[in-house]
Design a protein around this ligand. Structure first.
Ligand SMILES: Cc1ncc(COP(=O)(O)O)c(C=O)c1O
Length: 342
């Protein structure tokens, strides 16, 4: 856990996403678990989230003994829908002693966890405003969204800057990688200090004695990975420029394509083009396109299986997930890693 590369890497990424503090972890799933735990998520609690996501954030909820409630996403951002959230908060939740509860079950709702899917920014300003009005902290899963964000009043607000806590991943397929790695980001110095302690096996600081004051985690990023992260960060601009050029090339192809278009971020959103996706009008054409392109060695694939359909989560509570299922049948993930020159 020692070494001098971790802190500079934490500072660099925290600055990148306009945060005061960063805690580098062995992967982003660990950072998500730490964020939820810092908010007091525990057995029998509920966490509002989305089903259109990679499974990691949902598993992080489960590791703590809590349950996800799946809400629908917007068709254009692929992220949690503010309308679905507003509706759910109004119809199915109530505040009791300043804490949000799920009216049908009486369970405590501890957090809201929206995900920036494929790197497309979810509507965070609206989501955070709704959560603030209901005393609900936000864990922003920006695992895929380094470099994405929203332009508000001419200012760039990066993904990762919105939630009470936010998380970025540096696993091998992300915009920049540390081999495996993640980062927890936040502004609260005290909460970050106690979370850092927990992530470093809760060892009481001492030059040579080995003593512990909590059941901690071995979640801190090794120095070697942070060194890779620092080197990778130097390439971030070039990687983003090449991904943008790839998106433009795909766009030229899909312009002339009947029945499908390249997924674009909404106006005012900045998209890091982490994974480029095509949206097909008809599910059978999306399926056919995947089969035909794969026959030719082009590694297309569908969007993730919606997590409410995954075996461990089939009985999890949910709202109407019409958009989630609509997208799952129509979005095709395109090969998105451009060859960098030099
Ligand atoms: C949306 C999302 N959240 C969380 C994770 C977990 O990241 P990691 O693999 O670093 O644990 C990933 C990715 O891999 C992801 O895509």
């Amino acid at each position: 856990m020692g070494g001098d590369r971790v802190e500079p890497f934490e500072q660099l990424i925290a600055k990148e996403v306009h945060r005061r503090h960063g805690l580098a972890t062995i992967h982003a799933t660990a950072a998500l678990e730490l964020a939820l735990r810092a908010l007091g998520v525990g057995p029998d609690d509920l966490v509002i989230t989305q089903s259109n996501t990679f499974i990691a954030p949902i598993n992080a909820i489960s590791y703590l003994g809590a349950k996800p409630i799946f809400l629908d996403v917007d068709k254009d951002t692929l992220g949690m829908s503010p309308n679905a959230l507003a509706d759910f908060l109004q119809k199915e939740c109530h505040l009791q002693d300043k804490a949000l509860h799920h009216t049908p079950t009486g369970q405590r709702i501890r957090a809201c966890l929206p995900v920036h899917a494929l790197g497309l920014p979810a509507r965070m300003p609206e989501l955070v405003a709704l959560c603030n009005a209901h005393q609900l902290p936000v864990v922003e899963d920006a695992a895929e969204a380094l470099g994405s964000g929203w332009i508000i009043d001419d200012r760039f607000h990066p993904c990762g800057s919105f939630g009470t806590w936010s998380v970025i991943s540096f696993n091998a397929n992300k915009i920049i990688t540390t081999g495996s790695g993640g980062m927890l980001l936040g502004d609260d110095e005290k909460a970050m200090a106690s979370t850092r302690h927990l992530a470093k096996i809760a060892k009481i600081a001492h030059p040579y004695r080995s003593a512990f004051d909590e059941v901690g985690y071995n979640f801190a990023m090794p120095n070697l990975n942070a060194a890779i992260g620092l080197a990778q960060h130097q390439k971030l601009d070039a990687i983003q420029a090449s991904k943008k050029a790839l998106a433009q090339a795909y766009d030229r192809i899909f312009c002339d394509f009947d029945g499908a278009s390249l997924i674009q971020a909404p106006p005012q959103a900045v998209y890091n083009h982490w994974i480029l996706g095509a949206l097909f009008d008809r599910p059978e054409h999306a399926k056919d396109f995947i089969e035909k392109t794969r026959e030719k060695g082009v590694l297309t694939r569908p969007l993730w299986q919606p997590i409410h359909q995954a075996i461990p989560y089939q009985s999890a509570p949910r709202g109407d997930l019409a958009h989630t299922e609509w997208l799952a049948d129509r979005v095709v993930q395109l090969p998105s890693w451009p060859v960098l020159s030099g």
